[in-house]
Design a protein around this ligand. Structure first.
Ligand code: NAP
Length: 339
């Protein structure tokens, strides 16, 4: 075995942000690296994920996922190469998906690592289209929203990792109309010209409710919410009788310092018999085999496209996270570690 590195860098949370996170809330620190103990593997990370839910983990509040600890490395999805193994079934050179991102070297309990095959799909896709965001789109559309052929679907955050997959999956499965909203004219163009959306609009160009009504004059049957706020309110107004909304995320309010007001038109839910239901991807692990089979098939056939915005270098990891919150990504935001 070649010599292991003595240390590596890891992003630590050093203060709990109030509002938008700043460089004062984090630090990139050198930490020691040791040979893996019994049942563990040492992984050199090649790509790690920066995701919206990580903003919530910076707060010290009880949630469905534990907060990041102060002065400890942050964590999250990552893919890397095993450089030392003390666990049966894992060999040096294997590629694995695991949960200790935000660092160069990860000392991973082998039972929390999944082998992935870089010859079947680029390793970064296990963090995006073939990973957690892809499964979120699949589960949130087909299970939570009970999507059926002929539905008109509206998705917000439509050029992002989850949203871009939702719209295309709906199209593949026979949606009558797919509408997306995103935060730039370039993203809107991509949705219509590359991803086959029937209509899309830039939510920064005017009120969401008006733009949605124009894009969906006959209303919508399904709303996939990645944003919350005025998007959710507009969707409630446009949903048809027996419409369904999947509440997947509310990124418009993740950096708010006071609770956001609820949709002012919630009473419409009654008359229209709407169903608004939350989704958590971790409840849907049983869908994984069908999800991988469907999505890899659609990618191979060219029916489903995906994008990644790749930021190089661990030192740029925190900026990549902020950039994702600001909308600088198209598709999945990935941090790649050049060695
Ligand atoms: N429930 C679950 O299990 C689960 C799992 C994964 C993700 N999620 C949620 O799904 C949503 C999308 O996640 P993702 O990983 O696919 O992220 P993403 O869409 O790839 O990236 C975040 C995007 O949010 C948009 N955004 C930022 N601020 C906004 C605002 N004020 N209004 C509207 N859009 C805004 C930006 O795009 P624009 O340029 O379009 O503004 C940005 O690119 C998030 O809300 C996330 O929390 C939930």
């Amino acid at each position: 075995m070649s010599a292991l590195p003595a240390s590596g860098r890891a992003w630590h949370l050093t203060a709990r942000p109030h509002g938008w996170p700043t460089a004062d809330d984090v630090a990139l620190r050198e930490v020691p690296v040791a040979a893996p103990g019994e049942g563990r593997i040492l992984v050199r990370n090649l790509h790690f994920s920066v995701d919206p839910y990580m903003r919530g983990r910076m707060n010290d509040v009880k949630s469905y996922v534990a907060p990041f600890q102060l002065d400890q490395p942050m964590d999250g999805g990552a893919v890397g190469e095993v450089i030392a193994s003390n666990a049966e079934g894992f060999a040096v050179g294997d590629h694995v998906l695991h949960g200790l991102g935000w660092r160069e070297y990860a000392d991973v309990e082998a039972r929390h690592a999944t082998k992935v095959d870089g010859s079947l799909a680029p390793l970064s896709t296990y963090l995006g289209v073939l990973g957690m965001p892809g499964l979120t789109a699949y589960a949130g559309l087909f299970e939570t929203a009970s999507f059926k052929e002929g539905d008109a679907v509206f998705v917000s955050g439509a050029a992002g990792a989850v949203g871009s997959q939702v719209g295309q999956m709906a199209k593949i499965k026979g949606a009558s109309r797919v509408i997306g909203s995103a935060g730039s004219d370039e993203k809107v163009k991509l949705l219509v010209e590359e991803y086959g959306f029937d209509a899309a609009f830039n939510y920064k160009n005017g009120p969401v409710a008006e733009q949605l009504k124009q894009a969906a004059p006959d209303g919508i049957d399904v709303y996939f919410d990645n944003v919350g706020g005025d998007h959710l309110e507009a969707a409630i107004s446009s949903l048809n009788v027996h419409g369904r909304a999947t509440l997947c995320g509310a990124i418009a309010q993740y950096n708010d310092t006071a609770p956001a007001p609820g949709p002012r038109n919630l009473a419409l839910v009654i008359g229209k018999r709407l169903r608004l239901q939350g989704v958590l991807v971790r409840d849907h692990a049983a869908l994984q085999p069908r999800f991988v089979q469907d999505v890899s098939g659609w990618i191979r056939s060219g029916e489903l496209k995906y994008a990644e915005t790749v930021v190089q270098g661990i030192e740029n990891g925190f900026d990549a996270f902020l950039g994702m919150l600001r909308g600088e990504n198209t598709g999945k935001m990935i941090v790649s570690l050049a060695h």
